[in-house]
Design a protein around this ligand. Structure first.
Ligand SMILES: C[S@@+](CC[C@H](N)C(=O)[O-])C[C@H]1O[C@@H](n2cnc3c(N)ncnc32)[C@H](O)[C@@H]1O
Length: 210
């Protein structure tokens, strides 16, 4: 059971998670118009956001350090393993979550497994959409994107990345993005075009799913 003393990232090593387009839409309040822009998803992890938006004709680039270390087969195995780890955490801390987006831990497991599968299928045929890189220094030119999304790294793992890292990372995300048009309940909007997921927005003790 969770305790008051659980740190926000008690899950352990940074999870390589597999969120879906539906999760990204809800988390970042994305509109159809947003999804027609040139988008950077950093960190992309094994999320299916890039795969799903590209399949619908969109233009998304995902960036994550794991893309430089693993083949598609290794990433597929990682997606499965990490979804299982995240799901085990959700199950053992079920009372600590608000089960509105997912109905229960089984629903969470199903969605994450499906997203991981879509990610690895897309990575196999479109590796050019998945660029290895790590904040706070990204391999993109200035203003390469119209919209930058950053889910579940910044702020979420504030116990292991210090203020200076966050400062430099946000500056870097701003550099890669053209200012265009300046929060939703579950994301911090540096500008309307730079959105960072925030944990624990529902109440002080309850969090988003890992
Ligand atoms: C919790 S996952 C989030 C993945 C995806 N955005 C999602 O919501 O499903 C965190 C990701 O951050 C990546 N990561 C770790 N250090 C990083 C860094 N310095 N810069 C960019 N990504 C990093 C990890 O490899 C991991 O895939």
């Amino acid at each position: 059971m969770p305790t008051e003393s659980d740190p926000p990232t008690a899950i352990g090593d940074i999870l390589v998670s597999s969120r879906s387009l539906a999760e990204y839409r809800a988390m970042f309040a994305l509109t159809d118009d947003d999804l027609r822009r040139r988008i950077l998803d950093c960190p992309g992890g094994t999320a299916s956001f890039t795969a799903e938006v590209c399949a619908a004709g969109g233009d998304v680039t995902a960036c994550d350090p794991v893309y430089g270390r693993c083949t598609t087969i290794e990433l597929a195995a990682m997606a499965q393993r990490e979804s299982d780890r995240g799901n085990r955490y959700c199950r053992s801390h079920a009372d600590d979550y608000v089960w509105t987006f997912f109905s229960d831990p089984d629903d969470h497991a199903f969605s994450r497994n499906e997203a991981g599968r879509r990610f690895s299928d897309h990575h196999l045929f479109h590796p050019e959409r998945y660029i290895a890189g790590a904040l706070p220094k990204l391999p993109f030119g200035d203003d390469a994107f119209d919209l930058v999304l950053s889910s579940h790294l910044l702020i979420s793992y504030a116990d292991r990345f210090d203020r200076s890292f966050h400062h430099n990372a946000v500056r870097e995300l701003m550099r890669s993005q053209r200012p265009r048009y300046a929060s939703s309940r579950s994301s911090l909007w540096i500008r309307p075009s730079i959105r960072i997921s925030t944990p624990a927005t529902v109440s002080r003790r309850r969090r988003h799913h890992h």
